[in-house]
Structure formats: C-alpha cells, structure tokens
Design a protein around this ligand. Structure first.
Ligand code: SIN
Length: 311
C-alpha cells in the first residue's frame, strides 16, 4: 500500500499535502472545508494582534502561469484562529494543525506568542517572517540580525513546537547565513517559500493589482524552481531535527514529488488551491501515489531528500 503519510515533529499526518497560509484559511468555514478534504492538515491565515481589513482591492489576480497578490495580511485577529484550533483539538478525530502568526512589530509578535504559550493550544505554530505586502514593513527574514534577535527572544519563553515561514533566498551565501542562524534554535520546521515578493504583472498598460502601484507577491508556476532550490538548500544545511515544508508552484503530483525529493516532509498548495478548490487534494494525492507506485516507493521517506546530482 502506497502511503503519503508524514510526520512533523511529534505530529502524524495521514497526508503530506495541505493548504498554504493565505489560501482557504481566512474563516472557520474555509478552514472547515480543508479539514473535511483529503489534506493532511490546515494552516490558518496569518493572524495579527488585531483583526485587519488588509489592502484595497483588487489585491489578488490569477494569471496563466500563477498569481500576484498584495493582500496586506487581512485576518480576523490571532485569537479567532487560536480559538478555532484549540476547539478542534478537543475532537480526537481532528487533524493536527498549524497556527500562523506574526505581529506588526517584534513587540506585537512577542505579545501574541506569549498568549499562545499560555493557551491550551497544543499544536504547531508557524511564525510568518516573510509577508511582502504590508506597506512600510519589510520582510523580516531578509534582515538576518532582526531575525536572530526575534528568535533568540522567542525561545526564552516559547516552548511549544514552532516553525518559521521564509521568503525565498536567491544567493548561496544567504542560504549559508540563514541556515547558520536557524541551526542555533530548537525550530521544529522551516517552510520554504512564501511568494516571490514585489513582482509586477501588467495587462496592456496597467498593473493588475491596486496596492503598492501593482507590486505584489508572485506564486504558482513562476516560483517552483526557486521554491525547490530553497527546500533543497535548507535540506542540505539544517540540522536534521529541523524539518522542511515545501511550498511553491505545486499543482500536480509531479510537483509534490519534486518538493519531497528535494527534502520536504510536507507540501503546501497555494495558488493552485485558490484556482481549483479543496478537491485538488484528491487529485494531487492520487497523482503523487501513482508516481510513487511506478517507482516502487511505499512511503515518502523512501525518496525524501534523495535528489540525484550529475557527477
Ligand atoms: C498577505 O496577506 O499579504 C499575504 C501573506 C504573506 O505573503 O505572508
């Protein structure tokens, strides 16, 4: 029997596929749809200290090779998502979940994480260090000094399983520097990658989205090679206790297979889930299982990280 089951930290998932933060995760209703699908888990929309309306519309547009968005972290406030995942965990049938969070300042991030630490929530937490769309707020993980300071402070009080959502890096030196920082901490996972920040898509003579004069995060087919490179670069550099979630450009079983081959223990679907809806998990799971069966792999551990090089 071919299985796509996986583990992140001490949590077991019946399927390694799930949504990416930002897609099908704004409301309880959307999250319930992912919970009811064949996805192995869900991650919530990144919750901030207070609810936010986000940026003006149009702020998300699909194009043939992917998507552009500048949502600006619209969300119902972290407590809304914390309450929902805490409620769900009371049900023994519930999947384990990921609660995505970030503050608009380091102080806010600590305030939120301290509240999660004090709460009854026992699941995984993803700290989003990579949102490119809040005007005036840079992507935190591109500032290595700030990232190291935040993680140092977080781990003085936070003892629940924590991972970080990363932006794509584009230089070998940056992979080395980032990994050297992450390896200092008891992170459960890193999630590679968020959208490629601040791209520009144009229709005729006009930008596609309103915020930031059209600049927005790029997802979909455009970003798969960058996502795979980041997954594999961190797979090569991180201590084995830090697992990798692969996100970027996944729309079929072959894409998921490649993320796992590069080292991902779990694979998230963003743009393609937005375009196709939660039934995508049935299709991609079946396609992934077919590839595994053809190759004689029973579990994802049979090929995870085993990418071949040309010598
Ligand atoms: C957004 O809400 O702007 C997207 C979130 C992200 O890219 O982290």
């Amino acid at each position: 029997m071919v299985s796509t089951a996986t583990k992140i930290g001490n949590f077991s998932f019946t399927n390694c596929l799930m949504n990416a933060a930002g897609v099908y995760c704004m409301t309880r209703e959307e999250l319930a749809e992912i919970e009811a699908s064949t996805a192995g888990s869900f991650v919530t929309k990144t919750g901030t200290l207070e609810a936010r309306p986000g940026n003006p519309e149009p702020r998300y547009v699909d194009v043939p090779l992917g998507s552009i968005n500048s949502m600006g972290l619209p969300n119902n406030g972290f407590q809304y998502y914390l309450d929902y995942v805490t409620e769900l965990q009371e049900n023994p049938e519930s999947k384990p979940h990921f609660l995505s969070l970030v503050g608009l300042s380091p102080e806010e991030t600590h305030l939120i994480l301290k509240k999660v630490q004090e709460s009854d929530y026992k699941g995984l937490v993803e700290l989003n260090l990579s949102c490119p769309n809040v005007p005036g707020k840079p992507q935190i993980a591109y500032d290595f000094e700030t990232t190291e300071t935040i993680l140092t402070e977080v781990f003085t009080y936070f003892t629940k399983p924590l991972g970080i959502k990363l932006p794509p890096y584009f230089d070998i030196v940056h992979f080395d520097q980032a990994a050297a920082i992450f390896n200092q901490f008891p992170l459960t996972f890193v999630n590679c990658v968020n959208s490629i920040g601040n791209g520009l898509l144009i229709d005729d003579e006009t930008v596609l989205i309103k915020p930031k004069n059209g600049f927005g995060g790029i997802g979909g087919d455009y970003i798969k090679p960058t996502a795979l490179a980041n997954v594999h670069a961190f797979y090569q550099r991180l201590k084995p206790e830090i697992q990798i979630i692969g996100t970027g450009g996944v729309k079929n079983g072959r894409d998921a297979f490649e993320h796992i081959l590069c080292g991902a223990s779990m694979v998230q679907i963003g743009t393609a889930l937005q375009q196709e809806g939660p039934s995508i998990f049935d299709r991609v799971t079946e396609e992934l299982k077919e590839i595994m069966a053809e190759k004689g792999y029973q579990t994802i551990e049979d090929f995870r990280g085993k990418l071949n090089y040309i010598h």
